[in-house]
Design a binder for this molecule. Structure first.
Ligand code: ADP
Ligand code: MG
Length: 260
């Protein structure tokens, strides 16, 4: 396999089987994917096709049975929050910490001195749209705010790679659209490399530089769509409507297979 220019992540022939009480389950089969530095790469595919497993592997939490995963040319073997940060559907905030203290958390783990981590976290509150909410506790924040705190926690440690596993999956449709616009802005400012999992065609088309469609389990890469349109994008344009139809027909096929 030849490395793409500026390749940051290489997933090479990865297969993963889980042992369950009813026998082995093959979650991923021979998955290869190359992600360039600064890409916004979206994974889309039916439930159970191994998307979270793949992110778990990139985060160093799950080991492949076959193949390997490289970040910056180095095999991923253990979690390395300085390189890779993950945001999940559930914000997973500490209820006893304020928004600011939650954003600071990763820096604290890294032993960053209090004054410096406070400064870093405070500077992020503006871009997070949380100015004025520094001292609020998670129970006082809306769902969208909580997700922004979780993303802020990942941004604070300044990892190059942001793994996002259905980060807006629990939000209502309107909030979700606004969060997509906000994330686009953050991504363009910070130039992170993002691997994003979603079931939303709108999010995939609005945000991504490339979309990898996965097959029903065992997950394989079915197709890759390169999106080179300028940002911000109008998802109502005829070009986008055509892409959406193409994407949907591929996902529909796999979702039907997953339902059988
Ligand atoms: N720890 C585990 N033990 C056993 N089976 C698992 C485990 N994690 C995931 N699986 C199974 O592997 C498959 C892929 O799961 P997952 O990666 O969560 O898919 P997705 O995120 O695409 O919905 C599913 O069939 C799931 O039940
Ligand atoms: Mg999942």
């Amino acid at each position: 396999m030849t490395a793409a220019r500026g390749e940051l992540i290489a997933i090479e022939g990865v297969t993963k089987r889980y042992l369950t009480s009813s026998g082995p389950v093959e979650a991923l089969h021979d998955v290869s994917l190359s992600v360039g530095e600064g890409d916004f790469c979206t994974l889309i595919g039916p439930s159970g096709c191994g998307k979270s497993t793949l992110l778990g592997m990139l985060g160093g939490l799950v080991a492949p049975d076959e193949g390997r995963l490289l970040v910056d040319g180095q095999p991923v073997t253990t979690p390395d929050p300085r390189r890779v940060a993950t945001v999940f559907q559930d914000a997973g905030l500490f209820p006893w910490r304020t928004a600011l203290q939650n954003v600071e958390f990763g820096l604290e783990l890294q032993g960053v001195p209090a004054a410096r981590r406070r400064r870093t976290a405070s500077e992020l509150l503006g871009p997070l749209g949380l100015s004025g909410f520094a001292e609020k506790y998670p129970r006082e924040l809306s769902g969208g705010m909580k997700q922004r705190v979780a993303i802020g926690r990942a941004l604070a440690i300044d990892a190059k790679i942001l793994l996002m596993d259905e980060p807006f999956g629990a939000l209502d449709e309107q909030t979700r659209v606004l969060m997509g616009e906000w994330l686009l802005d953050i991504w363009r400012r910070t130039r992170k490399t993002v691997i994003f999992v979603t079931h939303s065609l709108h999010e995939a088309l609005f945000l991504s530089t490339r979309v990898a469609v996965m097959t029903a389990r065992p997950g394989r890469i079915k197709s890759i769509l390169e999106l080179s349109m300028e940002y911000p994008r109008s998802v109502e344009s005829p070009e986008m409507a055509a892409l959406r139809a193409k994407l949907w027909s591929e996902i529909r096929e796999e979702s039907l297979r997953a339902m059988r």
